[in-house]
Ligand binder design. Structure first.
Ligand code: ADP
Ligand code: MG
Length: 728
């Protein structure tokens, strides 16, 4: 899995936000009061207002209009000579070209230059229309000598290209830019200024279109997470005060009420509310959240009021991290894009040979030029892959399928095996407690208070169901037991010197706690496909409960659709009992079952499938299956709202918990690859055929230029189908 490594200089200063005369800076040097007072002293002449927050490692400065931000940064730099540079947040955090959705400072350069490029291209278009009218309608033949107007326009329009080519020549490399610049200059020198103009016109149009598609993809992702929250209410000495969201730190308490978006990730410390979490998990019905429940930025408080202790803000929130991964992935090259680069460099060599060959064989400069012009734009080959893939990623984002990189998108439809985790992935996150069977002398209240105490801090769906059930019974739950999660087995918890075990048969066998007394009953439950959780305190069995899992709607169809579309093998990889897993697999038509697996067992299952098949996909919810996900060729986190490990390890996150999204993703992958192939075909074939015609003198340099306009536009149009079409 490709990923972008973020290397941060310990002592760099990051500009977190900057408005007229006010700036918020962040750096490790600001966590020290001595440093702060030194800065304050040094800046006191030029700074009107100085606020520090050592916990956030930040300072907020309002400065007088007779100074500049550069001046302030320079002054801080001289105080701490080890600081290497001061960088705006956008560069410091991700280096995404053209501004990044998750960074506070949007690079101003990109939108302005983009606008300028559009205007410049508009002028060039107007000029080409003028040329067309004068030549073809009015019949006035424009001069195309090296000093004609067309030549001057072409040269001016080519300045950025010529600059790049000059830099490449200085480095001693022969690139696309040098080849194109050479063609352009020669065309002008030999009196083919119209052709030169056409080359540069297409090139600029192509770059503009590519940028447009990439920006559009990025904006679509940006719209999904736009929080639009500027002001929040925070508790200071028990008083609610309104502050800028920038001022909030981890550990602060913010207040959210009915009708407001939750501005941060955090834990409820007081109050309760109905929260619409569809952004995170796609569930349409709201969830009731109360004290100690986790909340995520971007979710919506429908009714109620909650006091939230902040655990993550800004770029560090769950949704921002997922989105920034997706966004960064737009800059990463997928296999098809790397292939395109290789093909383009081959075409470049072929172009040079064909040009030279034509010149030698036909002796015609004009023919050689036409060949050169045709072959000088293998950029269409590069655009073939990159535009299709960024359009595909944007299309996915719109459907709540967040794809971190073209590589994952391409691999999905080339995968022969799909593996699914069961609990939490194919079943809803909320199992229902069905039977409660207690040993003699144990009452329900004691039983559940032990069970819920052990499960309290666990995020497993079974644990959540138990805690919720216990709360409904109004049974008090101890919250400070020492609990250890035993992945794939259950939990071990120590409370007031009592050792509690809650979990499956494997756990109890391992702990040598007999469950024989219930053997008859449990066997029936297992036949019914119910999951059994036993409870023991100090190695004494207190009873068990059974849970029934609700299977997500559309699971059966998803499996049959994937198979019909060409997936060779579909496997169930679960920690559940063999009997339960087998019944489930049979019902849902799985090819193989790996039951009773620990997280390591699940990972081994993936490894063994990888030996037999090409590309294995693992779909999991991030509970007990992240190791398996990390071993798979493509990891999809499904319904994993908030699981850190699942976000880190997955290549694709499906945020809505609809099984059909897996099929949609498969289709999107297939369609993207199809568009890439079509684009290659359009680009390469017109290049080769055109060059052939040009070599034998059937194509004038101007017509060669026109062919470029045709195929570059077709490629762009073909790719943008992916971005628009929602039912791919
Ligand atoms: P799956 O692979 O189907 O998602 P898990 O690996 O998460 O299942 O869990 C496997 C089994 O381990 C469960 O079926 C259950 O019997 C047991 N188990 C896991 N976590 C808990 C828990 N918190 N409490 C009780 N039992 C648990
Ligand atoms: Mg699971």
């Amino acid at each position: 899995m490709a990923s972008v490594k973020i290397v941060k200089n310990m002592n760099e200063i990051v500009i977190k936000s900057s408005t007229a005369n006010r700036v918020r800076l962040k750096s490790d040097i600001f966590k020290n009061y001595q440093n702060i007072s030194l800065i304050e002293k040094t800046l006191h002449n030029i700074v009107v207002n100085f606020r520090e927050n050592t916990a956030c490692k930040s300072i907020v400065l309002t400065y007088s209009s007779n100074t500049t931000l550069e001046n302030i940064l320079q002054k801080i730099n001289t105080l701490f000579p080890t600081i290497t540079q001061s960088i705006p947040a956008s560069n410091a955090i991700c280096g995404v070209e053209g501004g990044c959705v998750t960074c506070n400072i949007k690079s101003d350069i990109s939108p302005i230059t983009f606008k300028r490029k559009v205007i410049e291209f508009g002028i060039l278009t107007a000029y080409s229309i003028y040329l067309f009218i004068t030549e073809n309608i009015l019949g006035i033949v424009a001069t195309t000598s090296p000093f004609s107007l067309v030549a001057v326009v072409a040269i001016v329009a080519a300045i950025p290209l010529l600059k790049e080519a000059y830099e490449d020549i200085q480095k001693g490399t022969f690139t696309l830019q040098t080849f194109m610049s050479g063609t352009l200059i020669l065309a002008i020198l030999f009196g083919e200024a119209t052709a030169a103009f056409e080359i540069i016109y297409i090139l600029r149009g192509g770059i503009l279109l590519e940028e447009y598609i990439a920006t559009k993809s990025r904006n679509e992702i940006k719209n999904l997470i736009e929080l639009d929250i500027q002001k929040v209410y925070t508790l200071v000495d028990d008083v609610e005060i309104e502050v800028d969201i920038d001022e909030i730190c981890i550990g602060d308490v913010v207040v959210s009420r009915s009708g407001e978006k939750i501005p941060v990730d955090g834990m409820i410390i007081e109050g309760s509310a109905e929260i619409d979490e569809s952004l995170i998990n796609g569930r349409s019905d709201s969830a009731f959240k109360q004290k100690d429940d986790e909340l995520f930025a971007g979710t919506f408080c429908e009714t109620g009021r909650v006091y939230i202790k902040v655990t993550a803000i800004g770029n560090d929130t769950y949704i921002s991290r997922v989105m920034s991964d997706v966004e960064k992935s737009l800059a990463l090259k997928s296999p098809a894009q790397l292939e395109a680069d290789k093909l383009a460099s081959k075409l470049l060599k072929l172009g040079s040979i064909m040009t030279l060959g034509t010149l030698l064989v036909s002796g015609s400069f004009l023919n050689a030029f036409s060949v050169m012009i045709i072959m000088s734009c293998p950029c269409s080959t590069i655009l073939a892959a990159s535009t299709a893939i960024s359009a595909g990623i944007a299309n996915g984002a719109k459907q709540g399928i967040l794809i971190k990189g073209g590589e994952a998108l391409e691999k999905i439809s080339q995968s022969e095996v799909f593996c699914f985790d069961k609990t939490g992935t194919l079943t809803t996150g909320k199992p229902i407690i069905k039977d409660i069977v207690l040993s003699e002398n144990i009452d329900k209240k004691t039983f559940f208070s032990y069970l819920a105490t052990a499960e309290y801090r666990n995020s497993h769906p079974i644990a959540t169901a138990i805690v919720e059930y216990t709360k409904k019974l109004d049974i008090y739950i101890e919250q400070d037991a020492q609990t250890e999660v035993l992945p794939g087995y259950g939990v071990k918890s120590i409370y007031k010197k009592k050792v509690i075990f809650a979990g499956n048969q494997s756990l109890f066998t391992k702990q040598k706690i007999s469950t024989k007394e219930f053997k008859k009953q449990t066997s029936h439950h297992l036949d019914d496909g119910k999951t059994i959780v036993y409870l023991a305190v100090d190695k004494k069995l207190l009873g068990y409960i059974t849970l029934e899992h609700e299977i997500r709607e559309g699971t059966k169809k998803m499996i049959s659709d994937l198979r019909a579309k060409g997936v060779k093998h579909i496997a169930l990889v679960t920690g559940d009992e063999v009997k339960v897993a087998n019944a489930f697999a049979l019902d849902f038509n799985f090819d193989t079952v790996f039951a009773n697996q620990t997280p390591h067992g699940k990972a081994d299952a993936i490894e063994s499938l990888k030996k037999q098949y090409k590309n294995v996909v693992m779909v999991g919810d991030g509970v007990n299956d992240t190791l398996a996900m990390s071993k798979a060729d493509v990891a999809i986190s499904f319904a994993a709202g908030g699981s850190d490990a699942a976000i880190e390890v997955s290549n694709i996150a499906i945020t809505h918990s609809h099984p059909e999204d897996v099929v949609n993703l498969y289709d999107l992958s297939k369609k993207t690859l199809k568009v890439v192939n079509q684009n290659y075909w359009i680009g390469t074939s017109t290049n080769i055929i055109g060059a052939g015609f040009a070599a034998i003198g059937l194509l004038s340099p101007a017509a060669a230029g026109a062919i470029h306009i045709g195929h570059t536009t077709s490629i762009m149009a073909n790719s943008s189908r992916l971005a628009i079409d929602n039912n791919s």
